[in-house]
Design a protein around this ligand. Structure first.
Ligand SMILES: CC(C)CC(=O)Nc1cccc(-c2cccc(CN)c2)c1
Length: 232
């Protein structure tokens, strides 16, 4: 998160850190007791290894009462996701067991009504992604508030040049922005997860490249079907 600030500990009890060998790779969030939603492109540099999911954390390294690392039983990237574009950039992770819910571990509801969030709506996004242009990685969760910008503005030739589909949304990226390691985290508007951070042009804090999110509502049926099929 660029231009943001340290979050209040455990006020975002749905936040997950997707880790490999104890290293934070991407964000994610708890959408059901045994399910975390993240971004498919987070699996690009894992060469087939399965993530571990840290829940209940504020600091990535310090011991905290409700902090717990969960094994992942299965990972389900959206079938339409690919490395060449940001389309269908969603990843469902089934935990090895149901997460123990408590003050620091809670589910976040996601938007099921497929309607655009109005431009200028101020939403918030959090993550353990880089907090400086030089790539400094924080130990604590950071957050930032960002206004939604219209798809027309985001699709302007000088911005994302008509690559933003109706299943994506954008927020202003002037100075304050998402960055490497924030992918997979939720864009929360009025207490509901409306989007999932995607890397997009992989630049950060440049107003010409607004932050891009996969809108969740268009994928509600896919999410429900995967959870139902795998839960048995
Ligand atoms: C395997 C993956 C972690 C590789 C990857 O995603 N790299 C990477 C590099 C630079 C910026 C970003 C990035 C993320 C989220 C939002 C944005 C743009 N606001 C950029 C992402």
């Amino acid at each position: 998160i660029l231009g943001g600030y340290e979050a209040k500990p455990h006020l975002r009890p749905y936040m997950a850190s997707l880790q490999l060998d104890g290293q934070h790779v991407c964000g994610g969030f708890l959408i059901a007791e045994q399910w975390v939603l993240s971004a498919a492109h987070c699996t690009e540099e894992t060469d087939g290894r399965v993530f571990q999911v840290l829940l209940g954390a504020h600091s990535l390294t310090e011991p905290e009462p409700h902090k717990r690392l969960y094994q992942v039983r299965a990972q389900f990237p959206h079938p339409g996701s690919n490395i060449h574009n940001n389309k269908d950039d969603l990843l469902l992770l089934q935990l090895e067991e149901k997460a123990e819910l408590n003050a620091a571990v809670q589910v976040l509801p996601f938007q099921r009504e497929d309607r655009d969030v109005a431009a200028d709506t101020v939403c918030d996004v959090a993550g353990w992604g880089t907090i400086t242009h030089s790539g400094r990685r924080p130990d604590k969760l950071y957050q930032v508030e960002r206004p939604v910008i219209s798809r027309d503005v985001c699709n302007h030739r000088t911005r994302h040049d008509h690559t933003i589909t109706e299943k994506m949304m954008c927020t202003d990226s002037r100075r304050r922005d998402t960055c490497k390691g924030d992918s997979g985290g939720p864009l929360v508007c009025n207490g509901v997860a409306e989007g999932v951070v995607t890397a997009g042009s992989r630049v950060c804090g440049n107003y010409k490249k607004p932050a891009i999110y996969t809108r969740i509502a268009p994928y509600a049926a896919w999410i429900d079907s995967v959870m139902a099929s795998a839960d048995g």
